[in-house]
Design a protein around this ligand. Sequence first.
Ligand code: OSB
Ligand code: MG
Length: 381
Amino acid sequence: MDIRSVTLRHMSMPLLNPFTTSFGTLKDREFIAVEVTDAEGRSGWGESVAFVEPSYNEETLKGNWHLLEQFLIPLLGQAPIGHPSGLAERFGRIRGNRMAKAALETACWDLYAKRQGLPLASVIGGTKTSIEVGVSIGIQASAERLLETIGQKLADGYKRIKIKIKPGWDVGIVDAIRRQYPDIPLMVDANSAYTLADADHLRQLDDYGLMMIEQPLAHDDLVDHRELQRQLRTPICLDESIHSAEDARKAIDLGSCRIVNIKTGRVGGLTEAIKLHDLCAERQVPVWCGGMFESGIGRAHNIALSALANFALPGDTAASSNYWEEDIVDPAVTMANGRLAVPEGPGIGYGVNPARLAKYTLHEQSYPIQRLEPNVAVRGT
Ligand code: OSB
Ligand code: MG
């Protein structure tokens, strides 16, 4: 691929409804949109899902910008890029900072697929033509408000409901939901709000037929999750604790979880996400695609990834209308009967709308990539 420039845009899009988790409330989604452009003027798109504050993980929007500008974009220019599956290794000399890596790596995957004239989903081996969708609902002001929101999302057609929980907003709330909706596919996500000392309390959740409890314990823990899983009938799903296929192997071997949430940003890109998917498939551990309030760009990548066969459970890949008054892609991501179609057009299959992109851009910067002759010796490679 002959990549000639990378453009970073600091975006800010207002969420339709503020979203509260055990770690805070979000009103405007700020993120970095990454555009890579080749010699023919084709563009590939990715987005960094890092938040402004390091509250979900240690990465931040500004930290990602720094990593991209000072380290990752220069690495792109260091040697010719054949296939995007080679980028993970090239970025491997940089520790961590997986969301920054994923932002640039996924943009290159989109460009690669467009150059092949193929949908990204097929390029990565996806076989589904549509995917099942769930929805994640934040902590609400009251139980009544939550039940009302659940009712709306079920009417919209979402195939499973996930609610955020924290101490004081957990067993009682799940009980209230089950009284009204005894049979809906339901799960909870704690975003690390508990410790092993809460095991007795969390065991009460076993009475409610939940599909899973997501990330109950510390973001960096596998050992206590193992102990908790031994005490719970409800499957534990890990999100924050899994950064790679290797982490998943260890978690599965230990018995720390029975389900894995895959987020491309959290694991450093599509190549690692696919590896993680394949490892879990081999171990017969179902996976599903998590969400990070992506714009249409990241959402389109999530849809392509979810086309892989072992994405066996509905993901947090809701339609654009769940988040935005207007999305920055055309067409908006829409759902029919609880499913999203996997696009058939080249690359991510959604176009970025220039006017709406500009409207939500706070700041942008382009970085030229020096053209390399294939046989030029490159320092450090
Ligand atoms: O833990 O899955 C999570 C959003 C931001 C950060 C972390 C999480 C979430 C969600 C919402 O649950 C997923 C979405 O709808 O994009
Ligand atoms: Mg989660």
